[in-house]
Design a protein around this ligand. Sequence first.
Ligand SMILES: [Zn+2]
Length: 177
Amino acid sequence: MSELDTLIQLLARLPGLGPRSARRAALYLIKRREQVMQPLAAALGAAAAAIRPCSTCGNLDTADPCAICRDPERDPSAICVVEDLADLWALERTGAFRGHYHVLGGTLSALDGIGPDELNIARLIARLGPETELILALNATVEGQTTAHYITRSRASRGKLEHLTLAAAPKARRAFQ
Ligand SMILES: [Zn+2]
């Protein structure tokens, strides 16, 4: 397979791009090799090498702990639990939440064989102090609610609980995608 075919095949894997738009994108890149294609290749390489999950919250950043966990202006006693990074980004774009986050990396699903060990849940429970305000910004799906109940039960013996399902999170996420 030629380099061009490989490029088109890889571009076609991106969300929102099919084979036709992948060919258009490849053509665009080739025509703007110096202005776009080479800087893009360098940026992809640098990002792939530098980006890592935050060992505290699961956010992706070039530093660990991530910029949100390091921010002294943010309140570490409020933790907003989200399903994935898209939810975190959507909430950050609203600017309404000034606490910390915890990215689960999915939701519990017996059907798909996703149990607590497959998600970033043990680390969440370990982060919770008796005064931590826990905000569950999980989707109103069966899996999202099962996950919320699991976390609530795990938390029950550890002090106060703020159970809040943010309708804004999935809504903001749709707008973002
Ligand atoms: Zn973090």
